[in-house]
Design a protein around this ligand. Structure first.
Ligand code: GUN
Length: 297
């Protein structure tokens, strides 16, 4: 069996405790609590579960959250109008729009309408640009940030590591590749056109899969002693399955994430961290604003 089970629940605990303590200290000083607004369009059952988990996690650390549940037939204009209202609302620190959106709505247009300083999902082109340019500003998307924190918690160094990422979606694989590159890893990004994924995964010290295809990653595709991170989520009846053939791969991996309980909790923890960051930066900007006015007068 793998030497280490990479538990997102365990790795999240000290981070969430620290977030809770920081919020408690700031609210005791008289600041309002942080506020995250989540927009859910339609009735996708998986999205409803994700949003409900995010709300519960916010409450557990002292972040207020509000969910705007809109009809699946909502127009792009109505959605943008709501986002603009939230952008202007000084009592709101973070805004997320749960993806995927219904097909009639252009996802990029919606994401681009969020104020980048409130884009705690890190999907706005400005925030993705900071990641691309390796500028330590804005927000890193939650799942990539969660994976980085999970590996760090278990003392797994990505600097100099060969990492194969399977899946290059814009929410996970693509920004994760940029983040790992930033942190000094050598990256292979496998996509739908890759002729033989195993050529790349077999060479990797760390294999990360974010496809959503159960049993895609088999033991024969993984180097003995490699670290395996499973981000895929497929719901089959009442079960949640990852991309990795867990029982077989766990026998030869040095460390492996379970599904559920691996990357999932880390994604939510990263959202809490980004929301706290947005809140602190909002107040420090406002502080600077007040100081400027005092100096002018
Ligand atoms: N859908 C799947 N993952 C995510 C995520 O991290 N954020 C949002 N907004 N939608 C998602």
């Amino acid at each position: 069996m793998a030497q280490i089970i990479l538990s997102g629940k365990l790795a999240s605990a000290p981070l969430r405790e620290s977030i809770k303590e920081q919020i408690s200290a700031l609210t005791k000083e008289g600041l309002r609590p942080p506020c995250l607004c989540a927009i859910l369009v339609g009735n996708d059952p998986a999205s409803q579960i994700y949003i409900s988990n995010k709300q519960k996690s916010c409450a557990s650390v002292g972040i207020n959250s509000k969910v705007y549940h809109l009809s699946e037939h909502v127009s792009k204009e109505e959605l943008v109008k709501l986002i603009h209202q939230l952008n202007l609302d000084e009592s709101v620190d973070g805004i997320i729009v749960q993806l995927p959106l219904p097909k009639h709505i252009d996802q990029q247009e919606i994401i681009s309408s969020i104020d980048p300083t409130k884009d705690v999902d890190g999907f706005h082109p400005i925030n993705l640009g900071f990641l691309m340019a390796q500028v330590d500003k804005g927000f890193i998307p939650c799942t990539p940030l969660g994976v980085e924190l999970l590996l760090k918690h278990y003392g797994i160094d990505v600097k100099g590591a060969e990492i194969a990422i399977v899946g290059t979606g814009f929410i996970v694989g693509r920004p994760l590749g940029l983040l790992m590159l930033w942190k000094g890893a050598t990256i292979r990004m496998c996509n739908i056109n890759t002729k033989d994924i195993s050529v790349h995964t077999r060479e990797a010290d760390i294999v990360i899969s974010a496809v959503g295809k159960p049993s895609l990653i088999k033991a024969s595709m993984v180097k003995p002693g490699a670290v395996v991170v499973d981000i895929g989520i497929t719901r089959v009846e009442n079960k949640v399955l990852g991309d990795v053939d867990y029982d077989e791969v766990a026998k030869l991996a040095s460390a492996i994430t379970p599904v559920p309980g691996g990357v999932g909790p880390m994604t939510v923890t990263a959202l809490l961290l980004n929301t706290l960051k947005a809140y602190i930066e909002r107040f420090s900007r406002e502080g600077a604003f007040v100081r400027e006015r005092v100096c002018e007068s």
